[in-house]
Design a protein around this ligand. Structure first.
Ligand SMILES: [Zn+2]
Length: 406
């Protein structure tokens, strides 16, 4: 298993305030828009996709003689070409530009993170310095990233810039595999060694029941005032209060869980395997129905988002697998599992019996391994969970399960 390199892209969109007059910047944005329009008008009649080389030959010298810099010219014709392309593929009419917005190459601006300023190179060798109106933390996040293009816009009397950054993340070479199974009542995670031995098992209880209580309140109120709840202030306020509670509870939980999981994965050098929730919807399996009937997928998405975010911050790799069959197939013989009792599944063919959630983590592990056979994992040792097995975190008080272990 090699550690892999991946590129992360992110944009910083902030309001920017020109120091001194903004006349040159406005003039630049108008000139730029008009130049893009001129190119659009000219290539609209040409019935082929033009290469950059051809675009360069057709427009470069004209644009430069309009007092644009070399890289401005390139951005203008590339931008015009892509506008024409997308209008054509949508079967639309020739684009007519109204908004003031320009794409600027990295050679035509200078970003100063220390002073939170941005210097743009404009037409006719003018320059304008802009102050970025945002918090230091937001800017600081991009230290060490490399910036490439930016887009500057004029909207409702304000200037906005979106600066695009990228960072190459080298994920750590994993030594173990952490699989995660999301359920209505708990999040079950298991860590396996590369040869299939389970070294950790943990269940974190979810606050689903709490969320559900608030949801039931909302529904009860709406049933009581079926038509008028939107218009009676007190009633609407009560609904909003419950909505806010749901939001807070779920985000709190997602953050805590993401953090706990990523910390544990970091300590064990794990690659993190999640179920692909989009696939879950397609498969429309039993678990899916349970999800949708009771809460919908949004809560699981929120948890996954936080897991992925915290993992990225620690340079850990996250892989998503299709969850089809993970809680209905026997991990030993592939037969169909049937419910033996409360959250216990069994296989009539080979006699396997296991806790439903733990069985899912084994199946997720097996799926990951079979897709990533280059790891050279020699089959799966099946330490099947006993039905009465108590994974760590399940013992004692329910709330204890959420505490971060040391
Ligand atoms: Zn079986």
């Amino acid at each position: 298993m090699r550690g892999e390199e991946l590129v992360v892209n992110e944009a910083l969109k902030v309001r920017a305030l020109p120091e001194g007059s903004c006349d040159y910047l406005l003039e630049f944005l108008r000139l730029y828009r008009d130049a893009v329009q001129i190119v659009v008008d000219r290539i609209w009649g040409i019935d082929e996709k033009l290469s950059w080389k051809k675009l360069h030959r057709l427009f470069y010298s004209d644009l430069v003689s309009m007092s644009f810099r070399a890289h401005h010219a390139k951005e203008i014709y590339v931008n015009a070409e892509s506008l024409v392309e997308s209008a054509r593929s949508n079967g639309g009419r020739k684009p007519v530009l109204r908004k003031l917005s320009a794409r600027v190459d990295k050679y035509d601006y200078k970003l100063d993170l220390d002073n939170m300023t941005l210097t743009l190179k404009l037409h006719s060798d003018y320059e304008v310095k802009l102050r970025l109106i945002t918090s230091r933390e937001r800017v600081e996040r991009f230290r060490g990233w490399s910036n490439y293009e930016l887009v500057v816009k004029y909207e409702d009397g304000e200037f906005w810039v979106s600066i695009y950054f990228k960072k190459i993340v080298k994920s750590l070479k994993p030594r173990t595999v952490m699989t995660i199974d999301l359920n209505f009542g708990n999040v079950t995670l298991a860590i396996y060694t590369l040869d299939g031995r389970r070294v950790r098992l943990k269940k974190l209880n979810t606050p689903h029941r709490k969320i559900l209580t608030h949801k039931i309140w909302v529904e009860r109120i709406q049933r009581k005032y079926p038509k008028s709840w939107r218009f009676i202030k007190g009633v609407r306020k009560a609904i909003e209060r419950h909505g806010k509670r749901i939001k807070n509870i779920s985000w709190d939980y997602a953050h805590k869980t993401g953090n706990t999981i990523a910390k544990l994965a970091f300590r064990h050098h794990s690659v993190i395997i999640l179920e692909d929730l989009e696939k879950l919807r397609e498969n429309n399996k039993k678990k899916d129905k349970e999800f949708n009937k009771r809460l919908g997928l949004w809560f699981y998405r929120r948890i996954q988002f936080c897991i992925e975010y915290e993992a990225m911050e620690r340079d850990l790799e996250v892989v998503k697998i299709n969850p089809k069959g993970t809680s209905s197939k026997c991990p030993r013989c592939g037969g169909k599992l049937v419910e033996y009792g409360h959250r216990v599944l069994g296989c009539k063919r080979c006699g396997f019996i296991g806790d439903r959630d733990v069985t899912a983590t084994i199946n997720i592990y097996k799926k990951y391994v079979s897709k990533h056979s280059r790891c050279g994992v020699p089959g799966v040792a099946l330490n099947a969970p006993k039905p009465d097995e108590n994974p760590s975190g399940m013992q004692g008080n329910k709330n204890e399960a959420m505490t971060t272990e040391s």
